[in-house]
Ligand binder design. Structure first.
Ligand code: PRT
Ligand code: MG
Length: 217
């Protein structure tokens, strides 16, 4: 049995076409069912639904053989014990620094002031500001980062941006782009060895589907 860990929402939705390319069809809709283990049309493949931040942990410890997770989540987890064969190019967005429209970020950085930065992504934020030589006090949050600069909790946030609508609705502006983000396939290293015959064809089918989807440049 191959167990694939996915999170509900954009990762589940955008993984479905890749699974279809591997001949795998999930037989239940996670938005309509309360089940956490979903069968597929392949008797040897099942999907488990976990929180997005828990996907690397499930795969690391073998609770799932494979999973799909954002590069953001993977960096924060550390990636230990995970084989990362593919950038799936799905759930694309960017990790950025944003501040209140009336906050002079450039001057604060130039003057070497100590920035208060609120984020769920403390590893990414710490490395980014350290590489710029900017002193920061990091405040760990688990959600609604946009609120932090509006309430005076922080000067800046480090968060994911896709359309930019959330920032705009909260009068925040993106002042730096830290990195582009997309989702990765992660595979448990022991499972890759022991279940080669089942896992390799799935990786290959995903890989071919990504190449077909790639926009020629
Ligand atoms: O929501 P939950 O707390 O359960 O977990 P999660 O937020 O980790 O999961 P989910 O499903 O929301 O995100 C899973 C993965 O999708 C992330 O790890 C990213 O790799 C990827 N992804 C792609 C995004 C976005 N785009 C995105 N826009 N994750 C989150 N957002 C959020 C962002 O944090 C911000 O609040 O959407 C808002 C900004 O969107 P725009 O379009 O207004 O700019
Ligand atoms: Mg979310």
């Amino acid at each position: 049995m191959i167990t694939l860990a996915l999170s509900k929402g954009r990762i589940f939705d955008e993984t479905l076409p890749l699974l279809a390319a591997a001949g795998i069809e999930v037989l239940e809709d996670p938005d309509k069912s309360r089940k956490l283990i979903l069968p597929t049309n392949q008797p040897g493949v099942r999907v488990v639904l976990v929180r997005a931040t828990d996907v690397p942990t499930y795969v690391e410890y073998g609770g799932a053989d494979m999973g799909v997770t954002g590069k953001d989540t993977l960096i924060e987890h550390g990636g230990q014990g995970l084989y990362q064969p593919l950038d799936l190019k799905i759930a694309a967005c960017r990790m950025s620094v944003a501040v209140r429209a009336d906050f002079d970020y450039a001057s604060a950085v130039r003057q070497g002031s100590r920035l208060k930065v609120a984020t769920k992504y403390t590893t990414i934020a710490r490395e980014f500001f350290a590489s710029k030589g900017v002193h920061v006090d990091l405040i760990k949050l688990y959600g609604s980062m946009e609120l932090a600069p509006l309430t005076g909790l922080a000067d800046a946030i480090v968060d994911l941006v896709s359309t930019g609508n959330t920032l705009k609705a909260n009068h925040l502006v993106e002042v730096e782009r830290i990195m582009d983000i997309s989702s990765r396939l992660v595979v448990n290293q022991a499972a890759l060895k022991l279940k080669q015959a089942a896992i390799r064809p799935i990786i290959n089918a995903f890989s071919q589907a990504i190449e077909r989807n790639a926009v020629p440049s």
